[in-house]
Design a protein. Structure first.
Length: 426
């Protein structure tokens, strides 16, 4: 396995030296589509930028494609600004649709991009529909005009490979399995992922244990997030003093699509709001459910009425989806985070903030073993019990950083890819 020895942090200069032996620029095409993709690809962009900045001519030609799976300004554009991501070179504008239609639309539009751009490598991250759709296209497209004018199929890299919840009712689990099964380079974030891939018969030499690019981005932006005024904007801080509060994020179909399940969970969040404000940056699909199922009595629009005492208890405080820096700041100071997201389990692990995960399984078990995460599912009793337990034990939790979650994962990834590119007959 390409795991051990990968912990070494490669110098950008050594990568440039390696690439200077190649006769052509290494063409990498990276894909983003949905909110959790942006922070992962930001780390890759940064690592590539470092390499190119040290060379006299561009060594890695990086093409960024946005499928448009997420398109609202606060689900997409604000992340480009906060993370200083370059504007996408190509936008596919697919928008929302059923899973199959969305996947098919992405595949149809992405195929012509691959044919035109002829990348040596397509890089996909995470587990959203855009990830699986573009992975399949990459491995089914013969590009004209490779070495000696021979047609070639691009290589495929999957960043955050091997995670498994073992719950095949989750669309993300299907996306992970499909993507991993066709990838040439499987970059993993934790030991469980290496084991999952080996068990599924992935050859050892395709698996690279490099760490977590989402944490690269978190560590890079942590001090900048301190400048965010979100705590003052949401009246959660008085001068330097931060009041106790909880954050809630919830968007998975298993939690919000069934009115009974959703409203029972909301009852337990109302209970928690008796102890401290519950701030809920709501995902568009959750907001739609709230409106369609007439559940708005549970909530107060925090920006309009949050400071009025008669609203301050017994209502969940609704705010729009937040940008990256604001959410990072909000998460850093929270007493507890209640969530059904995947990435937030990892981020709270590094921040040392208790995380109550509103799911029965996690594809990120290292956050349970090393981090601050605990699984409670959607049962109101378990949510309340865990909240009470945490309230007694106090705020920050002892956590150990998982291996290689050190801010250098993207550098390791680029080193592996460049080494192979230079050795290959591209
Ligand atoms: C997707 C990912 C999920 C990830 C989540 C993060 C898949 C299968 N799921 O779920 O893993 O945790 O992103 O946010 O890819 N909508 C808008 N504006 C937007 C985007 C979506 O209004 O910018 C609404 C639409 O009504 C859409 C719904 O949200 O139908 C769901 O969006 P979609 O991209 O299909 O899935 P998510 O639930 O966001």
């Amino acid at each position: 396995m390409g795991t051990d020895g990968r912990g070494i942090v490669p110098e950008a200069a050594s990568i440039v030296l390696r690439l200077s032996c190649s006769l052509m620029a290494f063409r990498i095409l990276s894909v983003v589509g949905a909110r959790p993709n942006f922070m992962k690809v930001a780390a890759i962009c940064e690592a590539i930028k470092r390499v190119n900045s040290l060379a006299s001519v561009e060594q890695i030609h990086h093409i960024l494609v946005h499928t448009g799976q997420h398109y609202d300004s606060n689900m997409s554009d604000s992340f480009f600004d906060d993370l200083e991501l370059p504007k996408p070179d190509i936008s596919l504008g697919v928008g929302s649709a059923s899973h199959s239609v969305q996947t098919a639309r992405i595949m149809e539009r992405f195929e012509s991009v691959v044919l035109k751009e002829q990348p040596h490598l397509v890089l996909v991250v995470g587990d959203v529909n855009s990830t699986a759709a573009c992975a399949m296209v990459a491995k089914k497209t013969w590009c004209p005009g490779g070495k000696d004018k021979k047609d070639f199929i691009p290589k495929l890299a999957h960043v955050e490979a091997g995670l498994r919840s073992f719950d095949r009712t989750m669309p993300e689990e299907i996306n992970r399995i499909v993507t991993d099964s066709v990838s040439d380079y499987l970059f993993t974030t934790e030991e469980s992922a290496n084991q999952n891939l080996l068990r599924e018969g992935i050859p050892e030499n395709r698996i690279f244990f490099v760490g977590n690019v989402m944490i690269d981005t978190l560590l890079r932006h942590r001090s900048k997030a301190q400048e965010s005024t979100i705590l003052q904007d949401l009246q959660l801080a008085d001068g330097q003093e931060v009041k106790p509060y909880a954050i809630l994020t919830l968007h998975r179909p298993a939690n919000v699509d069934d009115k009974q399940v959703f409203s029972e969970m909301l009852d337990s969040f109302l209970d928690i709001s008796r102890h401290m404000p519950v701030i809920f940056p709501a995902h568009p699909r959750t907001l739609k459910q709230i409106q369609d199922e007439n559940l708005s009595d549970y909530f107060v629009d925090h920006l309009v009425q949050g400071s009025e005492p008669r609203y301050s208890r017994l209502r969940i405080r609704l705010v729009p989806p937040l940008g990256y820096l604001d959410f990072l700041r909000l998460m850093s100071e929270a007493r507890v985070v209640l969530t059904d997201s995947g990435g937030i389990q990892e981020e709270t692990t590094i921040l040392g903030v208790p995380c109550i995960t509103l799911r029965d399984s996690t594809e990120r078990p290292v956050t349970l073993e090393h981090g601050t995460n605990v699984l409670v599912g959607s049962s109101p009793e378990r949510i309340i019990r865990e909240f009470n337990r945490l309230s007694v034990s106090g705020q920050k939790q002892l956590n150990r950083s998982p291996r290689y979650w050190d801010g250098n994962a993207a550098k390791r990834i680029i080193r592996v890819l460049v080494d192979d590119f230079c050795l290959s007959d591209h």
